[in-house]
Write a protein that binds this ligand. Structure first.
Ligand code: FEO
Length: 180
């Protein structure tokens, strides 16, 4: 059984992950409208990953006998000044999510909830990766400045991103094991 404080914090994190999905989907729509389909694709995959993050916690709460309570998801912004501005927003957002995950870990330690602590370790590693990949693109955009040719080259590169098969399999596997 989950303690009440932990349950509330996990429900809040589900909402934060859903907001992240919403934010990145809005960024994807923004890039599509700007004709930068590769950037749009990268953000769309990012939104899929965020939805998977929310579902990971959703499943965990159910498995521990808690009840998920879904709250209203805030509307994300829809306009940004430039691709660099989008990635600055992304980096700031991911830093905030990392803080939230760290607070959750601290709470799990405080409440001596080893199972929640264990589940959160996946998110601790994931945040390192999320921050690094957004920061890498932010830096590239800073370097190219106003160079449109270079921007299109990055766009072509970002078009290659796919919702990772490993992540998808891992997700489906966790779904199947829950249905056994
Ligand atoms: Fe689910 Fe990007 O943090």
């Amino acid at each position: 059984m989950l303690k009440d404080r932990v349950l509330k914090a996990l429900n809040k994190q589900i909402n934060a992950e859903l907001y992240s999905a919403y934010l990145y989907l809005s960024m994807s729509a923004h890039f599509e409208a700007e004709g930068l389909k590769g950037f749009g694709n990268w953000m769309r995959v990012q939104a899929q990953e965020e939805l998977m993050h929310a579902m990971k916690i959703f499943d965990y709460v159910n498995d521990r006998g808690g009840k998920v309570k879904l709250e209203k998801v805030e509307a994300p912004p829809s306009e940004w000044k430039s691709p660099l501005h989008v990635f600055e927003t992304t980096c700031e957002h991911e830093a905030k999510v990392t803080e939230m995950i760290n607070d959750l870990v601290n709470l799990a330690i405080e409440e001596k909830d080893h199972a929640t602590y264990n589940m959160l370790q996946w998110f601790v590693s994931e945040q390192v990766e999320e921050e690094a990949s957004a920061e890498e693109i932010r830096k590239q955009l800073e370097i190219i400045g106003e160079d449109k040719k270079a921007l299109l080259m990055i766009d072509r590169e970002l078009a290659q991103r796919q919702f990772s098969v490993t992540t998808q399999e891992e997700f489906e596997c966790s779904q199947k094991s829950r249905l056994k």
